[in-house]
Design a binder for this molecule. Structure first.
Ligand code: SF4
Length: 194
């Protein structure tokens, strides 16, 4: 099965709890105004890869925590489901997924996929709706903790305020900024790095 992937990176410290793998899907049909990841919108052929190669790279890190973001992971629901199934089979115990869709939109269509997710952060990015919390770009976005075992650590994480720490990563001559800045800093970051 083929899938459009923007980036796989380890370690990631700025999206989720602890030291994690990061997997960014390429392609997003939602297109929120002010999105800082516009480079992930197009389903560009150059990002197409085999899902088995993606899994091979993920498993090579020997870590059981992962953050999946994008782009929009649910725009490639078949590949997303396949990857999540394999992660669960390999005892991944902290699978955090970011989506621009609302929980109510997903539960109707993708209940089977949500069953593989431990923590979901859902909702459109709304420009002008600043959030002080480290895990979200705009205040409307919501966190759903499905895995009871992670309730305590994610309820604590939920309260964490943004600090100035972002991760900057270079891969194949491209620069990636990992983490969620304040909206007021996005333009400055874009001007500096994009
Ligand atoms: S859903 Fe995410 S990637 Fe897509 S436009 Fe909105 S913020 Fe950007």
């Amino acid at each position: 099965m083929e899938v459009f992937i923007n980036l796989i990176h380890f370690p990631v410290y700025t999206l989720g709890v602890g030291k994690r793998i990061g997997l960014w899907f390429q392609g997003c049909s939602i297109r929120c105004k002010g999105c800082m990841s516009k480079y992930t919108w197009e389903f560009d052929e150059k990002y197409k890869t085999d899902v088995e190669d993606v899994l091979k790279e993920i498993f090579s890190f020997n870590v059981k925590k992962i953050t999946i973001s994008g782009g929009e992971p649910f725009d490639q629901s078949e590949a997303l489901e396949y990857i999540l199934k394999k992660l669960k089979k390999n005892n991944f115990n902290d699978i955090l997924v970011y989506t621009g869709y609302e929980y109510d939109e997903l539960i109707k269509k993708y209940k089977n996929i949500l069953d593989y997710i431990d923590v979901l952060i859902a909702g459109r990015f709304i420009e002008g709706l600043e959030s002080k919390y480290i895990w979200k770009g705009s205040e409307n976005q919501k966190m759903y903790i499905f895995n009871k075992k992670l309730e305590k650590i994610y309820n604590d994480y939920k309260k964490k305020k943004k600090d100035k720490r972002l991760q900057i990563v270079e891969k194949n001559n491209d620069i990636y900024i990992l983490g969620i800045p304040y909206q007021k800093d996005i333009k400055e970051i874009m001007d500096e790095f994009m």
